[in-house]
Design a protein around this ligand. Structure first.
Ligand SMILES: [Zn+2]
Length: 473
């Protein structure tokens, strides 16, 4: 697709079919402004000279939870060792892996996984960044060395990022010291806020946003949490009029619930809601093990539940109570987390299938939305991920609409999984069928980063990743 320039540097596109806020629109016109945002959008007349986009155009999917470096571990911790493998055993493998990584490794792993995200249909990622220090646990000469590496990796492939420098100050409930791989994670509230300032002064423009990560109630006690959250608020307004999100891992494991009850006398989600100003700019990652009342309380805050179904399945975490949560009107988003797979369709399918296996019924997320008539499962799942992802990343993403950023996917109507389909049927088939090759072109912030399945920087990024992995092996 070549770009026809319109006055003011905008480009007018005409999609065969696009999912606009008002619904599916044939011959949809999308004006992409020079600043990477949408201008006019709709079934507009008089756009015969527009650049045609042959295919089905939908918003890019936000990835609300990623640890980029864990791409190097994906698929490499799948051996039973007779010790009752579980999350905690996997965590030890991850700690050992972390001890091998140098800054250039972190950048190479991140660039590869971000490339894979774009190819699979993620156009933006919330990077929950908790690897800060060198192998000995000391600060790098530049304390934000690894933050910069993540930004460079994102920039090298053109993905949008909300980078969350993450506070991590203790080894577990009870103020235990950092041990093993944890020594590389140490960052206090002051350091995280300094990193937020650094990210906001980077040259990434509107493709970059910053927020705050709180690793977990295990790793961050109440005083540090309060200092970080108050410090974030005291930074004043963020660039582009955005809101800075706050993300925290919570209640991923029953062992964590037990430890919370033992050390602070309440369940982790209750404890968090009792002591932190949780609101719609918060993302509670996993929140797998909640009581019925915790489910209702989280939904009422309008915070986003950050669900990572393939990671939660891989680590044996458990199933999120999505039925009850939807009934309470809760917001949710999806994330690739440990990168065990890297595709929005995998996350959404696994989310739905967990409920089908549990309840022995079908189309549960769509039917959980209530109302009359037929609801598409693919549409219901993607609508949730688009809406919640925009909140979780604090960016103007998740819709093809005026004032939103121009992040979009072109699904190939000739892909064997989609051929002959239109409208929501396309989304059903994309999520539930096919080998995931239906994403043909990808635009981020008004720039085509993938055309006809090709990314301009892809070969170099993957070559560097291969070299890194061979050396780490
Ligand atoms: Zn995580």
């Amino acid at each position: 697709m070549s770009a026809n320039q319109a006055p003011g540097g905008a480009v007018i596109y005409r999609a065969d079919l696009a999912l606009l806020p008002g619904g599916w629109t044939s011959e949809a016109v999308l004006e992409v402004r020079a600043d990477g945002y949408f201008g006019r959008v709709g079934a507009l007349a008089g756009a015969e000279s527009a650049v045609r986009i042959p295919g089905v155009v939908v918003p890019g999917v936000p990835n609300a939870h990623s640890h980029a470096f864990q791409r190097g571990l994906a698929g490499r911790a799948e051996k039973a060792d007779g010790s009752g493998d579980d999350f905690w055993g996997w965590r030890n493998v991850m700690y050992r892996f972390v001890q091998q990584l140098d800054p250039e490794d972190v950048e190479a792993l991140a660039a590869q996984v971000y490339l894979e995200m774009l190819r699979a249909g993620y156009t933006s990622v919330a990077e929950f960044h908790y690897l800060h220090r060198d192998r000995s646990g000391a600060s790098y000469a530049d304390p934000n060395e690894l933050t910069r590496r993540i930004l460079r990796a994102a920039h090298s492939v053109g993905i949008r990022v909300t980078l969350l420098p993450t506070v991590y100050v203790r080894g577990g409930f009870g103020d235990g010291p950092l041990e093993g791989g944890q020594i590389r994670f140490r960052m206090d509230a002051e350091g995280a806020l300094e990193a937020v300032r650094e990210i906001e002064s980077s040259t990434g423009g509107a493709l970059v946003h910053a927020g705050l990560g709180l690793h977990s109630l295990r790793a961050v006690g109440l005083p540090e949490m309060r200092a970080a959250v108050a410090g974030l608020a005291a930074l004043g307004s963020a660039p582009y009029g955005r809101v800075r999100p706050v993300h925290i891992h919570v209640a991923e494991q029953t062992g964590e619930v037990r430890a919370s009850l033992r050390w602070v006398g309440s369940r982790p989600v209750d404890y968090l809601l009792d002591h932190a100003p949780v609101a719609r700019n918060w993302c509670l990652v996993h929140a797998t093990h909640m009581s019925e009342s915790e489910v209702r309380r989280v939904a009422a805050t309008r915070a986003v539940a950050g669900l990572c179904p393939t990671t939660e399945a891989n680590l044996g975490d458990g199933l999120f109570r999505i039925q009850e949560y939807l009934a309470a009107g809760g917001n949710w988003a999806i994330g690739s987390d440990s990168q065990i797979t890297v595709a929005p369709t995998d996350e959404l399918r696994t989310l739905e299938y967990g409920q089908r296996l549990r309840l022995r019924k079908r189309n549960l997320i769509a039917s959980g939305l209530g109302g009359r008539g037929v609801h598409s499962s693919g549409r219901a799942l993607l609508d949730g991920a688009w809406r919640g992802g925009a909140l979780a990343l604090g960016q103007e993403i998740g819709a093809l609409a005026p004032g939103r950023v121009a992040d979009l996917l072109v699904l190939d109507p000739d892909d064997p999984s989609l051929v002959g389909l239109a409208g929501d049927d396309v989304l059903d088939a994309w999520v539930f069928s096919g080998p995931g090759a239906a994403v043909r072109d990808v635009m981020v912030g008004g720039q085509w980063v993938i055309t006809n399945g090709r990314h301009g920087a892809g070969e170099g990024v993957t070559e560097r990743f291969r070299a890194t992995m061979k050396r780490l092996a």
